[in-house]
Design a protein. Structure first.
Length: 304
């Protein structure tokens, strides 16, 4: 594992110890070499950020839809639910042959699941037939067997470990980079993305904080009846506090930008304060997406 980046802090952190504990908590027991290279923040960047300016330039987007109670696209909701269930089946020993690495994918047509896929790491001793049977019974049926699916998985193409084997996983098999799955972390590719990862960044980095704020705004616009679907977007110049652009539109193409500007402050420090982004809340966002999870400050519904 390579831990790299820049920080501005007086805290003394044992980065390697933290990483090893998280690695263990996830469920890995393989030998792991860790290289730490943490540097001080660039003074050129700090010159603008310390005065309240954005930590970088860029465009961020947010989205909400009324198609699910989470105000998220139904495919994203199902994919994250499958991933959480996959972990639960391993941790509670329902399927003792499961290992920590795994992924899910769902395809939606006309609001219904047509294909559902999981690739899950497993012990060498278990057969693919047993894995498939376990996944259908304990993963796909409970999660996809919802009212929208008429209580069954009939008509849904189920794919389990399409390569035929998944014994080697985690660090041993793959180079997983922080922020690599930016679409999975957001809305499943249904709306544009500015390209900046969320994880590994604090609030002055607007890739994270402004994306959270855009989601907060979009969800509140939908919840307050301004549209069935809403997309919000904001753009920044590095070192400047005021965004260079704020806009929002609903599914009918109605411009909601004036409502947004009247009710929401997109300056980085204002976002940090409104959403409480100085709290140690980011660890849990490293899995199963950043949006649609109850209890997170950017998911709170307020009266507009």
């Amino acid at each position: 594992m390579m831990i790299g980046g820049e920080v501005k802090t007086k805290a003394k952190v044992d980065y390697e110890a933290v990483a090893r504990q998280v690695y263990k908590d996830i469920g890995y027991d393989d030998r792991l070499d860790i290289v730490v290279h943490i540097a001080e923040q660039s003074p050129d960047i700090a010159m603008g950020v310390d005065t309240g300016g954005a930590g970088d330039q860029g465009i961020m987007y947010g989205y909400a839809t009324d198609e699910t109670k989470e105000f998220m696209p139904i495919g994203t909701v199902y994919a994250h639910a499958l991933a959480r269930q996959l972990e639960k089946l391993r941790r509670d020993n329902t399927l003792p042959w499961l290992r920590p690495d795994g992924k899910t994918q769902v395809t939606i047509t006309d609001g219904k699941v047509v294909t559902a896929l999981t690739s899950t790491q497993h012990l060498e001793s278990v057969s693919q037939e047993e894995i498939r049977a376990g996944m259908v019974e304990h993963l796909f049926k409970p999660i996809l067997g919802l009212p929208a699916q008429a209580g069954s998985i009939e008509g849904v193409e189920i794919l389990v470990n399409p390569t035929g084997k998944f014994v080697q996983g985690g660090f041993e098999a793959d180079a997983g980079l922080t922020g690599r799955k930016i679409m999975v972390d957001s809305y499943g590719g249904l709306i544009p993305h500015g390209g900046g990862a969320f994880s590994g960044k604090e609030g002055m980095k607007v890739d994270r904080s402004a994306s959270y704020m855009c989601r907060f705004v979009a969800k509140n616009l939908v919840a307050n009846g301004y549209g069935k679907k809403v997309i919000t977007t904001v753009a920044y110049a590095i070192g400047r506090a005021e965004p260079v652009m704020v806009a929002a539109y609903n599914d009918d193409g109605k411009d909601l930008s004036d409502i947004v500007k009247k009710n929401f402050d997109f300056k980085p420090r204002a976002i940090i304060e409104r959403l409480g982004l100085t709290r140690p809340i980011f660890k849990e966002t490293a899995a199963y997406g950043h949006f649609g999870v109850e209890g997170r400050s950017w998911e709170k519904i307020e009266k507009i």
